[in-house]
Write a protein that binds this ligand. Structure first.
Ligand code: SF4
Ligand code: SF4
Length: 281
């Protein structure tokens, strides 16, 4: 009789649990948006995080919820944005010109030599933390390749001159290298945003000269000569307003240290001796 009672009470408990789970699953059910699945299917599955979301599924959900724009995936670029826009029933906005990483430093081994030996962890952030690194210029590329290691697409490598190179055909513009550089030397640019001041040093001109032969000396000659008024000084470093620049080349011609470069291509433009260095490396 005791066994029968136990069986009945266990059955009743099972039924009660089953019913409450059924009610809870209905009450707290999350309606999955079929558009998120459709968007996920057209995203490139790179899961690089370049969009700022945790992987492609995170971005797909955010777009479906209207929390991210249809052109948020840097890897898929315009082709994917158009497909996503179609799923969302909206127009793909803007021209969505692809962006590529550009390293804004000309401080090669030759132009800006190290002032000491570095024997720490082979990582730019670690070198920065241990006394600011061994580069003479405290704004320049540390040359330990953290940007190269961070690139999920093998789109970067270190040149023999100690500066990173970008392979545009592989660069997706995901921005991982931008985030990895402790000196904030990498920026994303479209092909048409090709004229850049390739230096980020905020030191005064005479101090720059002591540590780098290729750095911006804050003379302001480019600012005075730009016919479009596209250049201004940010402290001691010139910056170009890409929305005004017409790539006329006047600033490049006038700059006494030649630190303004037309760099439509990631591999060669950062360093004029890049080809020679690579050929003899
Ligand atoms: S080079 Fe930089 S922006 Fe380009 S794919 Fe690699 S990490 Fe991304
Ligand atoms: S660009 Fe930045 S991350 Fe890359 S090697 Fe130079 S300091 Fe390091």
């Amino acid at each position: 009789m005791n066994g029968l009672n136990a069986l009945v009470s266990m059955g009743a408990m099972g039924l009660a649990f089953g019913l409450s789970l059924g009610v809870a699953s209905k009450k707290f059910a999350v309606n999955s948006d079929p558009r998120a699945d459709a968007i996920l299917a057209v995203l490139p599955a790179a899961n690089c995080g370049g969009c700022g979301y945790p992987g492609c599924a995170g971005l797909a959900a955010a777009i479906a919820e209207g929390k991210a724009p249809v052109d948020k995936c840097p890897v898929g670029k315009a082709a994917v944005a158009r497909q996503v826009a179609k799923i969302m029933g909206v127009e793909a906005s803007g021209e969505m010109e692809p962006k590529y990483a550009r390293v804004l430093c000309l401080g090669s081994h030759e132009a800006s030599p190290n002032v000491a030996e570095y024997a720490g962890i082979h990582d730019c952030r670690a070198a920065m933390l241990s006394g600011g690194g061994v580069k003479g210029c405290t704004y320049g590329c540390l040359g330990l390749g953290s940007c190269v290691s961070a690139c999920p697409f093998d789109a970067m490598y270190m040149g023999a001159d100690g500066l990173p190179r970008v392979l545009d055909e592989a660069c997706t513009g995901c921005g991982k290298c931008v985030a990895a550089c402790p000196r904030s030397l990498i920026q994303l640019r479209t092909k048409s945003q090709s004229v850049n001041v390739v230096c980020r040093s905020h030191d005064r001109g005479p101090d720059v000269k002591k540590v780098c032969s290729a750095g911006c000396i804050a003379c302001g000659i480019c600012v005075k000569n730009c016919p479009e008024k596209a250049i201004s000084m940010d402290g001691n470093v010139a910056v170009i307003d890409q929305s005004k620049c017409t790539r006329c080349g006047v600033c490049m011609e006038k700059c006494p240290v030649k630190c303004i470069r037309n760099m439509p291509d990631g591999v060669r433009a950062e360093c004029p001796k890049a080809d020679k260095v690579e050929a003899t490396a």
